[in-house]
Design a protein around this ligand. Structure first.
Ligand SMILES: [Zn+2]
Length: 295
């Protein structure tokens, strides 16, 4: 009876004994018992085998899991690398296009012989056209604005006095204004006239260019029959409209804006001609037709 009770205790202890969780005294007690009890010895051997097998299985499962995990990690790394390469290539392409256009525009920006035509259309019955002629220090600006029933034509003939830091030109000019009602003339007016071709893609340095290029989108297209890039979300220092600019591939100059103001039908476009302006373009209108206004 005593032995049977001993067996029960021993069998309860066996799992811990196999896992080496029992203390030295208990170990000795179990060893002694196993040497003298065939039944417990058998149970012990079976249990040991089973546990070893289980451990082996668990190890295998763990290795399998680790392998799977490592494979997944490798796939993730490759995917991230591909995404990064695509991102870097796309940014590099944009930086190259923008800096190339900017270099072209810079040359034209320095020109002192150009004709710039600006057309804008904001809404039904509200549109205008501007023509700027520049030859050395001379400038002529003709604007023709139509707002509903009103039409105003202004012809400005100026001589460059100063050029300020913002690229604005200060001119001393005669201004001929023509409306339906009357023709007036202001002589020797101080006027600021917006300069001609501007490098709207200008950036201070490569670092800034890189930052601006990241959100920018660029696609090739045509605008008024001219091959160009449509550049949107370019928030550069001189950008006309981050919403979208058509930049000529040939000159790097802005030739059109996308919806510069609110309203669906708005449009603005610019045309440039270089080295075609002559002295003949600066012949002023017949002054006798105009009333001279002295401010
Ligand atoms: Zn026993």
């Amino acid at each position: 009876m005593k032995e049977k009770k001993d067996c029960k205790i021993i069998q309860d202890l066996l799992p811990n004994y196999i896992e080496k969780l029992t203390n030295e005294e208990t170990n000795q007690y179990i060893k002694n018992h196993l040497e003298n009890c065939e039944e417990c010895e058998k149970i012990y051997e079976n249990m040991k085998k089973k546990l070893e097998l289980d451990n082996e299985k668990a190890d295998k499962r763990e290795i399998k899991f680790l392998k799977k995990y490592r494979n997944k990690l490798r796939v993730l790394k490759i995917a991230l690398l591909i995404i990064f390469i695509i991102f870097a290539a796309s940014t590099a392409r944009k930086v190259i296009i923008i800096s190339d256009l900017s270099n072209k525009a810079e040359k034209y920006e320095a020109s002192t012989n150009y004709k710039k035509t600006t057309c804008y259309y904001f809404a039904e019955g509200n549109y205008g056209k501007g023509e700027t002629y520049r030859l050395g220090n001379k400038i002529k600006v003709i604007t023709d604005n139509i707002t509903g029933e009103d039409r105003t034509i202004m012809r400005t003939y100026g001589e460059l006095k100063t050029l300020d830091e913002q690229g604005l030109h200060q001119y001393l000019a005669n201004v001929y204004t023509e409306t339906k009602e009357r023709k007036t003339l202001h002589l020797n007016e101080n006027t600021m006239i917006e300069s001609g071709p501007q490098n709207v893609l200008h950036t201070k340095n490569w670092w800034k260019l890189l930052l601006y290029a990241i959100p920018t989108s660029i696609r090739e297209t045509d605008y008024n029959g001219e091959k160009c890039y449509y550049i949107a979300n370019f928030e550069g220092d001189n950008s006309y409209s981050p919403r979208g600019m058509y930049i000529s591939k040939q000159t790097g100059l802005v030739i059109g804006l996308n919806n510069p103001m609110k309203g669906e039908k708005t449009c603005v476009y610019y045309q440039y001609e270089f080295d075609k302006v002559t002295e003949n373009d600066f012949t002023e209108p017949d002054r006798t037709e105009y009333t001279v206004i002295n401010d």
